[in-house]
Design a protein around this ligand. Sequence first.
Ligand code: GLT
Ligand code: MN
Ligand code: MN
Length: 386
Amino acid sequence: MYTPKPEHKFTFGLWTVGNPGRDPFGEPTRTKLSPTYIVQKLAELGAYGVNLHDNDLVPSDAGASERDRIVKEFKQALSDYGLKLVMATTNLFGDPVFKDGAFTSADARVRAYALHKTMHAMDLGAELGAEFYVFWGGREGAEVDAGMNTLDGLARLREALNFLCEYNRDQGYNFKFALEPKPNEPRGDIYLPVVGAMLGFIATLDHPEMVGLNPEFAHETMAGLNFVHAVAQAIDAGKLFHIDLNDQKIGRFDQDLRFGAENLKSAFFLVKLLEDSGYAGPRHFDAHALRTEDEAGVWEFAKGCMRTYLILKEKAARFNADPEIQALLAAYKVRDIALETLSKGYTRDKAAALKAHLFDLPALRRRGPGLERLDQLTVELLLGVR
Ligand code: GLT
Ligand code: MN
Ligand code: MN
């Protein structure tokens, strides 16, 4: 029941299970795993697909023939093990050239190079069959505002995405673009820091229909925000294209913990939201094993992410089938057909009738909605005693 299968659409980035455990204070603790080995292992564990940055696969100094050899070998591994390349993205953060931004850099040469690198990376993603193209603006931000770059930066980001949407159309790639917000790290402040900000920005693009979101659990959580609410807003806007699942303690550096490792209740409501809303996209675990772990720990980490998701999915189904929980929910959602009819679909008559209506305010003030009981039952369900 908790065995991952490709139909569950679980994916991992090459950089996630391939993370060697480097941090700002210490050297790697694990040896590098080759992309083809990662493909083999993920397929064995029941994943659906794999994701990559251009340079996760092709080193930045590789020549054309070296690139073609690597890509051919990787394609072969995908077909041998039956794994899909689901999402591709560009590394616009590692090279020092991007230290003050890529698409939003104040330097026109850097901006042009960011477009050049992204178009080549889109070609790579298309060649490998990716459906989604992610834009995480890790370096698109600032530590100081003395450069007065924010307003210009937003205009430049818009220009770059408009350019790349046209490239996407012109080449017939049909990628779904997914923008990934993050409040900070590696920059002191990153532009468009949260889901809502990104949604507002997408509406200003030339092809808003081509562009959606790739929200990440850790990123809203770092800022102390409610990730489940952010995802709900993305779904409501029809913009949940892709999702990065992981975990995070509030107010810390970006920890990218195993899914469900920290905020189990939020993870539960997130899985319930994804499943109940009919989200059909990939479930990407953008996380990595603890730096303490060896390779065996890496695969335990990957199995744990998928298993926890499936356990929470089963808990969500139980929640939906639990008669007492459902009765409490029905009582919580008070119906009043006459008032509901008056409250939607404006007419002058309805407005006049509503204005004249007498409400039993003392009764409304007295009523408790029953959330304590409902939440306790949820906790008991999660703790396995229900
Ligand atoms: C990087 C970042 C992630 C992004 C990846 C895509 S790279 O690991 O922390 O949140 O999703 O560029
Ligand atoms: Mn991410
Ligand atoms: Mn992260």
